[in-house]
Design a protein around this ligand. Structure first.
Ligand code: HEC
Ligand code: HEC
Length: 329
């Protein structure tokens, strides 16, 4: 019996070692694409065949969302977006700017597991997630021409990038956390000095001269992203702001310090904005909830204010401890 157990444990070790070796080999084979050195395709090169037409419609939806599916378009059926933002207000340069949540290469990254829903999500789910949260609207039907156009656009803008490639420049580039709660008073000063010239002292932005969107989009108030959006999280907003704002800034030419970005992000997100219903249903496994999610319930018992404003490291340590306990049960 002892010999059998020893044999079995040797076998188990062998299997584990083989699995490690195989995954290392697979990892080495994964294509790497650096989006900061990548030239995305030009919309002017798109033809007028069926696919080309859809790509162009997707481009219009991305860059002029409010005029296409915004809350003020003539046909009430077409009012999918609940605010007058455009996707491009955050996914800069029609979703091609590195570190501003580019869609370049995103085609090959789905389906993927998502903690917010606690299940495997599709690219369609993700697009609808931004429609319901960032655009404070409603989901597009899966077979709709609009959804197909977003998909066609994402496929086209990902041309040449292998499925599953490891992308540099995807998402947003995080800021170094100052290890303290955000300072709202200082955030307000940064806002007044750096942001208000475009977004307005009242945060309501400035409407575009043509079309239904904005020249400078609103950052709070009734016509912007709701409290369930990615941008409503302090660390996501700080990451985007530091590497993309003031407009014209890139990850390579950031002007704000990490601390300024952290404080101004908290300042913006502490102002009033549309509220999404049933957010308590997000993150069914609360241990997977990002520490800066601004709404409960939480796995830990840190006060809600600390989840909104930080410091986040003590929360991370506690969540790690709770996760280890849950795994050991
Ligand atoms: C207010 C800012 C904002 C607006 C407007 C916005 N998004 Fe997003 N989007 C984000 C952020 C932030 C993320 C990434 C992280 C998150 O949500 O936590 C994201 C992620 C995504 C992703 C996944 C990208 C990836 O790397 O996996 C897709 C696809 C997407 N958005 C599509 C859209 C579409 C289509 C629209 C317009 C209908 C839109 N978004 C409007 C902020 C925005
Ligand atoms: C020179 C004008 C300008 C300045 C200054 C500026 N922004 Fe922006 N901002 C823009 C424009 C334009 C967009 C939309 C980009 C697009 O559609 O291509 C934008 C988009 C945004 C967005 C995403 C869209 C939304 O409505 O939430 C956020 C967040 C944001 N800016 C925050 C800031 C913050 C914080 C500052 C100050 C640190 C700042 N901006 C300074 C022009 C500016």
């Amino acid at each position: 019996m002892r010999g059998f157990i020893r044999l079995m444990s040797m076998l188990a070790a062998l299997v584990a070692a083989t699995v490690t070796a195989i995954s290392a080999a697979l990892a080495a084979d994964v294509a790497q694409v650096n989006l900061t050195e990548w030239t995305p395709p030009d919309i002017k090169s798109v033809g007028d065949d069926a696919f080309g037409k859809l790509v162009k419609y997707g481009y219009a939806l991305m860059t002029d969302t409010a005029s296409q599916i915004g809350p003020q378009v003539d046909d009430p059926q077409m009012r999918y977006s609940g605010n007058n933002l455009t996707c491009q207000n955050c996914h800069l340069k029609a979703g091609t700017q590195p570190y501003s949540m580019p869609l370049t290469g995103v085609w090959g990254q789905f389906p993927q597991y998502r903690g917010r829903e606690g299940e495997v999500g599709t690219l369609e789910d993700r697009i609808n997630g931004c429609l319901e949260r960032s655009m404070n609207g409603r989901a597009l039907p899966l077979g709709s021409r609009e959804m197909k156009a977003f998909l066609a656009f994402t496929k086209w803008v990902s041309t040449g990038i292998p499925d599953g490639a490891k992308l540099t420049g995807a998402g947003a580039m995080s800021v170094k956390e100052p290890g303290r709660a955000a300072d709202l008073a200082h955030g307000g000063e940064v806002y007044a000095q750096v942001c208000a010239t475009c977004h307005g002292q009242d945060g309501q932005g400035q409407r575009a001269e043509s079309g239904r969107g904005y020249r400078f989009p609103p950052l709070w108030g009734p016509d912007t992203y709701n409290n369930g959006a990615g941008m409503a999280r302090l660390l996501s907003a700080a990451a985007f702001i530091k590497h993309n704002m003031p407009f014209g800034t890139t990850y390579a030419s950031a002007v704000l310090s990490d601390e300024d970005a952290y404080d101004v992000a908290a300042f913006i997100n502490s102002a009033e904005r549309p509220q999404r219903a049933n957010l308590d249903k997000d993150f069914p496994n609360r241990l997977q909830k990002p520490v800066d999610t601004a709404y409960g319930p939480y796995a830990d018992d840190f006060p809600p204010a600390q989840h909104k404003l930080g410091p986040f490291d003590p929360i991370r340590a506690k969540v790690r401890e709770l996760a280890a306990q849950a795994a050991g049960r």
